[in-house]
Design a binder for this molecule. Structure first.
Ligand code: ZN
Length: 267
């Protein structure tokens, strides 16, 4: 499934895999001038290529190496002869995506990307039409970067934002590192956030502040209960409630308990 929307000068691609009539999870890619930020899942390869065919792409930038952000790198690189950029830490994973075994739910949702090669990002990237500031934002993954375009006050956040009140965490994410990374973005003058999960988010600066405040509030509540002797499982039940659908689908890789444990620095 692929939907296209325009937001200012940016074309927003919303995509996901159909399960019957339902799409369980969406991911977004963004076209800014002739630069594509993230390439989505390989499951929509044909649809994506057919809508991009009259929009020549010279540059691809990946926010991180995950399969739902690099899925069509190789296809688009071959078709448009586009140059790919990502953080130096992301490039080895992109070159050998099968090296790390993919969890079953990620394979079902996104599948493995084909291998692709790229160039390491520096502190800025000038694509000719836009200059992006590159901000290293680990936490969701160690190789994660965000891109800020100061003229139009656009912030491309990959999987760093995801929403103001996110109550889940992946097992391999680090809550406190995510919070530190968000603080790096807080001082930017942001008009719109372009998020891998939520798409275009207006009043981006305000949304970032609300997210930081939610995370800091949750962290302090978790610590208060923990110091009172409440177990991590009971803290999760009290503050976040029961686990939801993603917990069951991901076999616990994506859960509320991970969020509480990560705040406390527990495995
Ligand atoms: Zn990701």
């Amino acid at each position: 499934m692929l939907e296209i929307k325009k937001c200012g000068s940016v074309i927003v691609f919303r995509m996901g895999r159909h399960f019957g009539k339902r799409v369980l999870y969406f991911v977004h890619s963004f076209l800014v001038g002739d630069t594509l930020i993230d390439t989505g899942t390989i499951y929509v390869a044909d649809e994506l290529l057919s809508v991009l065919v009259d929009k020549p792409i010279s540059t691809i930038i990946n926010t991180h190496h995950h399969e739902d952000h690099t899925g069509n790198n190789r296809l688009l690189q071959m078709h448009f002869n586009a140059k790919i950029y990502a953080s130096a830490e992301a490039l080895p994973f992109m070159l050998k995506p099968h090296q790390a075994k993919q969890r079953l739910y990620l394979r079902v949702l996104w599948n493995y990307p084909e291998p692709s090669s790229g160039y390491p990002l520096d502190n800025t990237l000038d694509t000719g039409k836009h200059t992006f500031d590159i901000i290293h934002t680990p936490g969701h993954s160690p190789d994660h970067i965000c891109l800020y375009e100061p003229n139009e006050k656009m912030l491309f956040t990959g999987d760093m934002f995801c929403g103001e009140h996110v109550k889940y965490l992946r097992q391999d994410e680090d809550f406190n590192q995510i919070l530190s990374s968000l603080h790096k973005l807080e001082s930017l003058d942001v008009h719109t956030i372009f998020c891998g999960v939520a798409g275009a988010v207006p009043n981006g600066g305000q949304a970032l502040k609300k997210k930081i405040s939610f995370m800091e509030g949750l962290s302090s509540q978790v610590w208060i209960l923990y110091r009172e002797g409440v177990s991590p499982t009971h803290i999760r039940r009290r503050l976040l409630g029961r686990e939801g659908l993603m917990y069951w689908l991901s076999n616990g890789h994506f859960s509320k308990q991970n969020l509480v444990n990560s705040i406390l620095g527990l495995p």
